[in-house]
Design a protein around this ligand. Structure first.
Ligand code: GTP
Ligand code: MN
Ligand code: MN
Length: 404
């Protein structure tokens, strides 16, 4: 046993946006457990529980050293009864029984697999599960109608569930910059999302596009998309138009936190780098089943056939000279750019906490478009993230420390 006097106590602010959270996590055993329960809650549409677990996980991420005893957690914010129970279980037994049973559950496994399809959310996955669909094989044979996004998501399932590297993000960044330069000179592209926070991998790549002259950016997205599409860079794209209404003396107040920028959800076709490329390019595109189905092999059972087919798919995938990557493009007018950069840099919890801080502590409304002061009844203009933190009365937190 460790005596109380020996134990290091932590002092941590209650809002994630008041804290510096780097990628250096000293309590990943605890944050993994809490994040999995958060994810499970979200997959079951239990948003309240999801946020509670996310806040608890974020708090543990912000601690400067590894937690070894429950007594160290006394007085800390964001830790509810349920989260404390999970932490206690991990500290005492190495694992949380609730996490282990969740991971093993048929429903959780199915929700993970099905929502792993781009275009499939928790509600669709739940409906499919109620109809007896638990995996991709069952989905393919179910006769369910899939929309365009889901078809594309299913087709590129493996690629899209493979983490995107920083090198791939940079390669896509160059393509996007080229597209933007070609359709409107002077346009600027900023990498946002997890990569801006210094993450080494991500589930997608996020870009924000603007032009230094207000108004020039209008209609830019369709042109960029057309440029990319005509050169074969896009496997899928869905562009949504700007629905953020401008009034005479400034932008209208957004009705919700959902932003109204011109936005494009896309799947890029990224040619693999030279180091990943096959050494026999002439064989790349016509790998035949015979390459894996050697003559001496006997195929007696369905299982063997299935095994061979899997090998074939893996062989084919390793010879493929391109991969599918999810890319989000957003166009912002320069007047809203600072808010857009802040809003699209994340993390999701950091953003949520910034908005909660603004509303609850400052009587202000923050979105990816603007900051409105409800007390003064006016918009607060900003050209940098630093200014926005200052308006909010928060110490500036750089992107690399927003990994809450
Ligand atoms: P990975 O992509 O998994 O590496 O993490 P990420 O932090 O980049 O997450 P993601 O790409 O999902 O989102 C990046 C940022 O954009 C996060 O801060 C989100 O809150 C924000 N974001 C995503 N979708 C929307 C949206 O529809 N509106 C607004 N305003 N922000 C969004
Ligand atoms: Mn991202
Ligand atoms: Mn994204």
């Amino acid at each position: 046993q460790i005596s109380e006097a020996e134990v290091a106590l932590f002092s941590v602010s209650s809002y994630a946006c008041q804290r510096r959270t780097t990628l250096d996590n000293h309590n990943s055993n605890l944050t993994d457990a809490l994040s999995l329960l958060a994810e499970n809650a979200e997959l079951n549409n239990e948003d309240g529980r999801g946020v509670a677990f996310r806040r608890a996980a974020a708090l543990m991420k912000a601690l400067p050293t590894q937690v070894i005893s429950m007594s160290q957690l006394r007085g800390l914010p964001c830790l509810g009864e349920h989260s404390l129970r999970v932490i206690k279980d991990v500290l005492e037994n190495g694992v949380s029984s609730e996490v282990e049973s969740t991971k093993q559950s048929k429903r959780y496994k199915a929700l993970k697999i099905l929502t792993g399809i781009f275009g499939v959310g928790a509600k669709t996955a739940d409906r499919w599960i109620r109809e007896g669909i638990y995996n991709l094989e069952q989905l393919r044979h179910s006769g369910q109608t899939l929309n365009r996004a889901q078809k594309s998501g299913l087709e590129h399932y493996d690629d899209l569930n493979e983490p995107v590297t920083k090198a791939e993000a940079d390669a896509i960044g160059e393509i996007v910059q080229k597209a933007v330069d070609s359709v409107l000179t002077g346009s600027q592209v900023a990498l946002t999302g997890g990569f801006r926070r210094g993450k080494l991998t991500g589930h997608d790549v996020d870009f924000l596009i603007t032009h230094p002259e207000e108004g020039k950016e209008v209609g830019l997205m369709p042109k960029v998309v057309a440029w990319l599409e005509s050169r074969g860079f896009l496997l899928y794209q869905k562009t949504t138009r700007n629905s953020y209404l401008e009034s005479k003396d400034g932008p209208a107040r957004p009705a919700s936190n959902m932003d109204r920028f011109e936005r494009c959800f896309s799947i890029f076709k990224l040619t693999k780098g030279k180091e990943q490329e096959s050494t026999q390019p002439e064989e790349q595109n016509d790998l035949k089943t015979k390459d894996v189905l050697r003559p001496h092999m006997q195929v007696d059972t369905d299982q063997q056939l299935c095994e061979l087919s899997k090998n074939y798919q893996m062989e084919a995938a390793s010879h493929k000279i391109w991969r599918a990557v999810r890319v989000d493009l957003v166009v912002s007018p320069i007047s809203q750019f600072a808010f857009a950069v802040l809003g699209w840099t994340g993390s999701k919890l950091f953003e949520r906490e910034l908005r909660r801080w603004a509303g609850h502590e400052k009587n202000m409304s923050l979105s990816s478009h603007a900051l409105f002061d409800n007390t003064q009844n006016k918009y607060l203009r900003a050209t940098s993230e630093e200014e926005i933190f200052a308006y909010l009365g928060l110490e500036y937190i750089p992107p690399s420390e927003r990994n809450a």
